[in-house]
Design a protein around this ligand. Sequence first.
Ligand code: NAD
Ligand code: ZN
Length: 268
Amino acid sequence: MALSSSDVERAHSLLAVAPRVVVLTGAGISAESGVPTFRGDEGLWQNHRPEDLASPEAFERDPRLIWEWYGWRREKVAACQPNAAHTALARYALGRDKIDIVTQNVDGLHGVAARSVAGDDDPRPALPIELHGNIFRLRCTRCGDVWPSREAIDAGSEETLPKCPECSALARPHIVWFGESLDREQLSNAFKAAELAAVCLVIGTSGVVQPAASIAAVCAQAGGDVIEVNPEETPISAIAQVSLHTSAVEAVPAILGREPSADSSASV
Ligand code: NAD
Ligand code: ZN
């Protein structure tokens, strides 16, 4: 659907005057980077559904199979680059105060964009709370240690699967699987950010995966305005002041591309 310039203007002005902003992103922001989604044919891998693979029971039953799947997904994601929406968001976050980015994505592309836009500066303001973890981080199944990892996975046998550098026990992806709880502190920070924000910008999420989907509702209940970017109508559309029913790459640079306030001294 074509982008209406009045919707872009409304979204832009709401963001320009908001003292504090929370951004919630989902798989849709990475769709135009080529990251496979869980829905549709690409979600299927060797006839397994993600729901049957991304669980602690599945890992317990067959860690080699689960690592083979994650190895395949890591390769796919490693070949993807942040798109114009990730970059515009990173630039916007680095150029203003009081912004929290909360993502359900595990692809790490917000971090890649933040580091590339920040260069030698501190990328932290543009790094997200990764509610569901990160596919390039591993966790020890025994001591709980977490570390970054980008090497190829050798899932040829149980012996070659990734092991903890501290205690040599089997490692697993640092991902929140079906049936597991989200990190309490991260979740509480995300909801605090939603309550305090004057605007919640929701990009590319179906709004059905809880509790992340409630972030927009919490912001709205506390008096904030919701702006949604999604080609499809979602449950969030009903509470959004502005719904931009188009792709993230088209909408996000259009609403964030300019400086957040007219008197900002930063240059583009
Ligand atoms: P979802 O798959 O439920 O919904 C994606 C939404 O993005 C849909 O509403 C769709 O209409 C919208 N969309 C599609 N293309 C778009 C585009 N170009 N621009 C903007 N929006 C677009 O995704 P979800 O809400 O994030 O929940 C899925 C779950 O699967 C999450 O738990 C997530 O951790 C996991 N997952 C993550 C990734 C990733 O890291 N990139 C990929 C697949 C699944
Ligand atoms: Zn360990």
